[in-house]
Design a protein around this ligand. Structure first.
Ligand code: SDX
Length: 379
């Protein structure tokens, strides 16, 4: 068998999935057959979570199930808060989120034997919902803790997006901000076999538990080539400062052969299908907060970089400044990605579990030829 190596598994079809379709030819993204733009325009993030898990948009009964079984888990648990508080204040928020999910998993897996750790589909659907419900309080508390503020109790009368913003800022958010946030959660929810999702599937394929798979996915998403890029986009904006400084900044960055965060994609090569929707949400926020300077910088950097390198923005490019305008501090950006993508990760965990095969690729050996230990002199 010829050993054709495809580094980074670029272009390799590793399995099939019914959850989403990323199509670079048509620059489109479907969640269970629905164009993501239509879902962002018409649905609450809660409904998209149910669509990803169940394969269909929810009925009123489905939404009632989500509210009845999810909303009681919105509060910040004492054991989770204690675990976060045990970490240094300077810990990276992705480490806080990863630790929190690990604590929840240890509690839910209490007493389970190795064979049971896969849990049934029904139990894993329930665990997925509880994680989906719990993450906003964890992410919101992380930001408030960094600013010396106490957590704000969740509210069961609010939608997911309203409650997330409420727990972060302590005031009822403006509908413009709620809509932009809801859209960002839907756009970030799922993207086929990206690095963090594939990590979750690899861990699930060994019959390990759901929380271990999500913890592994969080570790993968933290990297700046993947989810960490949205935080790096904001650092880029802070470094450049104003639109007028884009050209000299880019001259230096490209001379130093730096990756410009928020641009490029392994699959999309002519633009990320999600960007127009998130760019429109950013525009609404810029108008709401009267921050034309943010848009001027965004457009100047996009124009300059696309002209020079022919590499297009990905979803992280508009999301960074949008989250900044919504009042999230920069280190919170990638945890927001976790709160959204936990729906896609858990949908893939359920799909892998339903028709499992251990994921174990081959490697072409390029080390030293076989050799043998020289007979040692008798001691
Ligand atoms: C996400 O997979 C997913 O679906 C991910 C995601 C999801 O929803 O899960 O869409 C979310 O992770 C989006 C990507 C976020 N990452 C960034 O914004 C980081 C910056 N982007 C690059 O690092 C890069 O574009 C990647 C890693 C995203 C993709 O790179 P590839 O496909 O591995 O291609 P490559 O790195 O080999 O780049 C090809 C060429 C190289 O030039 P040469 O070395 O051949 O001369 O293009 C250049 C690269 O240097 N290039 C860039 C660049 N992206 C590619 N140069 C400068 N800045 C960039 N952003």
């Amino acid at each position: 068998m010829t050993e054709e190596i495809r580094r980074g598994l670029a272009g390799v079809v590793a399995d099939s999935t019914a959850i989403s379709r990323v199509n670079p030819e048509t620059n489109s993204l479907l969640y269970r057959g629905y164009p993501v733009q239509e879902l962002a325009d018409t649905q609450l993030f809660e409904a998209v979570a149910l669509l990803l898990w169940n394969g269909e948009l929810p009925t009123d009964d489905d939404l009632e199930w989500l509210r009845a079984n999810g909303r009681p888990h919105r509060m910040l648990r004492d054991d989770v808060r204690a675990a976060i508080d045990a970490l240094p204040l300077g810990s990276h928020p992705m480490d806080e989120v990863r630790t929190a999910v690990s604590v929840i998993g240890a509690r839910e897996g209490e007493g389970e034997s190795l064979l049971e750790s896969g849990a049934s589909r029904e139990e894993n659907v329930a665990r997925s919902l509880r994680l989906f419900a719990a993450l906003p309080a964890i992410v919101a508390y992380g930001q408030r803790r960094r600013h010396g503020l106490d957590p704000i109790p969740s509210r069961e009368d609010l939608t997911y997006a309203q409650n997330f913003l409420w727990m972060t800022h302590g005031d009822l958010p403006d509908p413009v901000v709620v809509d932009a946030f809801n859209r960002s959660m839907i756009l970030y929810a799922e993207h086929s076999f990206n690095a963090s999702t594939f990590t979750a599937r690899v861990i699930t394929s060994t019959l390990s538990d759901l929380h271990s798979a999500v913890v592994g996915a969080i570790g993968a998403l933290k990297g700046p080539l993947h989810g960490g890029a949205n935080e790096m986009v904001m650092h880029t904006f802070d470094e450049i400062g104003t639109a007028g400084n884009v050209r000299p900044w880019l001259d230096t960055a490209l001379a130093e052969r730096r990756k410009i965060m928020g641009f490029g994609h392994r699959v999309y090569k002519h633009g990320d299908s999600r960007v127009p929707t998130m760019r429109a949400a950013l525009g609404a926020l810029v108008e709401h907060y009267d921050r034309p300077d943010v848009l001027a910088l965004y457009e100047a950097l996009e124009r300059e970089f696309v002209e020079r390198k022919g590499i297009y923005p990905n979803l992280d490019f508009p999301s960074g400044p949008a989250y900044h305008l919504m009042g999230f501090d920069t280190p919170t950006f990638t945890p927001l990605f976790v709160a959204a993508r936990v729906t896609g990760w858990t949908a893939h965990i359920l799909e892998q579990q339903a028709d499992n095969s251990l994921i174990r690729p081959l490697a072409a050996y390029n080390g030293v030829p076989e050799r043998h230990v020289q007979a040692a002199e008798p001691v």
